[in-house]
Design a protein around this ligand. Structure first.
Ligand SMILES: [Zn+2]
Length: 280
């Protein structure tokens, strides 16, 4: 009986952890979109308490909100865009990662690769959720996340369309400017030291490889990486992950995640890596 209860309990944990949409109002949840990398996306933005909430705006590499977003207030430069400090080519999981700092340590800002995967593997639809416009991303497994059109902050005010949207995706007052969403990646621009990469969308396009000045206040939608030993991406590290590695070794499968220790090949050392994770 006890064993059955434990099994049922583990199944429930797996179901909750693997949500394809919010199971309750206790946000944030890690949403499984069925992405090849195993990345789970949060259901809401940093600073928001609902999926349609705009949340907070952050300059790239800063972890606190502020009143004015410009080069003078940007802590990773010396007052101008020509003086940007190098805080790393990718700040995911670092002390500069606002998702990692503001939420618990398992959450991170998405890298540009993770944003590009979201855009390339999901269907996206401009829609409204509880009166807020934005983009609904639907993953290969049917899981969905909604990103509101929160625009961005420059200097001391919200910029972009600056006002909320009509049903047509255009600014309510002017009916001209498109409503937009800008979401930071953790990845510094490779060509411009004063820029970082971001997701940028409106009612007519979604760009996974846009850029913005690092001092600008953008919203952040965190991600959760799959632990390397969770080879089959079911959120439980157990014997089935060892089987998944063996299937690759014997050639019946080609799952790149079976290279658990990331040494470029799948062999007995990856099985050991899974066992070590189970033993933890
Ligand atoms: Zn949620």
């Amino acid at each position: 009986m006890k064993r059955i209860l434990i099994t049922i309990n583990m199944m429930l944990v797996a179901i909750v952890a693997n949500s394809q949409s919010c199971p309750d109002n206790n946000h944030p949840h890690a949403i499984d979109l069925g992405l090849p990398s195993g990345t789970k996306w949060a259901c809401c933005n940093v600073g928001a308490n609902s999926p349609e909430g705009y949340g907070s705006y952050y300059a790239w590499g800063e972890t606190k909100v502020k009143d004015v977003y410009d080069w003078n207030t940007y802590i990773h430069c010396d007052g101008s865009k020509e003086t940007c400090l190098n805080i790393g080519s990718d700040i995911e999981g670092s002390e500069y990662d606002v998702a990692h700092v503001q939420w618990d340590g398992s959450w991170m800002m998405p890298s540009q690769a993770q944003i590009l995967e979201l855009v390339s593997k999901c269907q996206y639809t401009w829609t409204r959720k509880n009166g807020v416009s934005g983009e609904l991303f639907k993953g290969p497994n049917g899981g969905t996340i909604f990103l509101p059109e929160a625009d961005f902050w420059r200097e001391n005010s919200r910029a972009g369309s600056a006002l909320d949207c009509d049903n047509d995706g255009l600014n309510k007052e002017t009916d001209e400017l498109p409503c937009t969403g800008y979401y930071w990646s953790s990845t510094q621009s490779s060509s411009k030291p004063d820029c970082a990469n971001c997701l940028f969308f409106s009612n007519t396009f979604v760009y996974g490889d846009s850029q913005n000045y690092r001092c600008t206040g953008l919203t952040v939608r965190p991600v959760m990486r799959r632990p390397p030993a969770d080879v089959n991406s079911d959120n439980i590290i157990d014997i089935s992950d060892i089987v998944a590695v063996i299937n690759v070794i014997v050639g019946t499968d080609t799952n790149p995640a079976a290279d658990v220790n990331a040494d470029g090949r799948t062999d007995i050392s990856d099985i050991v890596a899974v066992i070590n994770s189970i033993a933890k």
